[in-house]
Design a protein around this ligand. Structure first.
Ligand code: C2G
Length: 143
């Protein structure tokens, strides 16, 4: 059984995430998602997520491509994760291209970067929603 792993925050789940998870699963038989905890996001990525870890985990576990969700607690767990979960392939979007090549040197897992879905991101969604709010607020004041 070919085991795939990927890591991320997956906040405000969108089709860019789904495209990544779908392609990752198509590379093997079993997909593990290491989901960034709220503490890791705040302490190591300075990200405040909209949804808590538990909610983001619930969403991921509902996706047909995902077989297991584990916590990502720090940057340095990946090498041990590869042996702990007997991973064959480590997959990330290509916004991370080159950042995790060390995994191929230090473990038996191959590293694959998949093309990121260009036009969508959680940051963009938040920006667009704020902009829409501002316009509706503005028009309601003007009326
Ligand atoms: N992604 C994508 N297309 C998008 C947005 C995201 O392919 N439009 C991919 C990213 O490349 C990543 C995964 O979806 O592989 C999760 O994205 P994020 O939740 O933004 O994860 P990130 O904050 O990059 O955390 O240790 C690794 C980190 O935890 C990755």
């Amino acid at each position: 059984m070919k085991r795939i792993i990927t890591y991320g925050t997956f906040d405000m789940l969108h089709y860019g995430h789904i495209n990544l998870l779908k392609r990752a699963k198509e590379m093997g038989d079993y997909l593990i998602v290491a989901l960034s905890t709220d503490e890791f996001n705040w302490n190591s990525k300075q990200k405040k997520t909209y949804f808590s870890f538990e909610k983001r985990k619930q969403l991921l576990e509902a996706i047909r491509y995902v077989d297991l969700v584990i916590p990502e607690k720090d940057w340095n767990q990946k090498v041990t994760d590869m042996s702990l979960y007997q991973v064959d392939t480590f997959v990330m979007g290509d916004d991370w291209a080159g950042q995790f090549d060390f995994i191929q040197q230090e473990t038996d897992a191959e590293v694959v970067y998949l093309k990121r879905t260009p036009e969508i991101s959680t940051t963009q969604i938040k920006k667009d929603l704020n902009a829409k709010n501002l316009t509706t607020e503005h028009t309601s004041i003007v009326k």
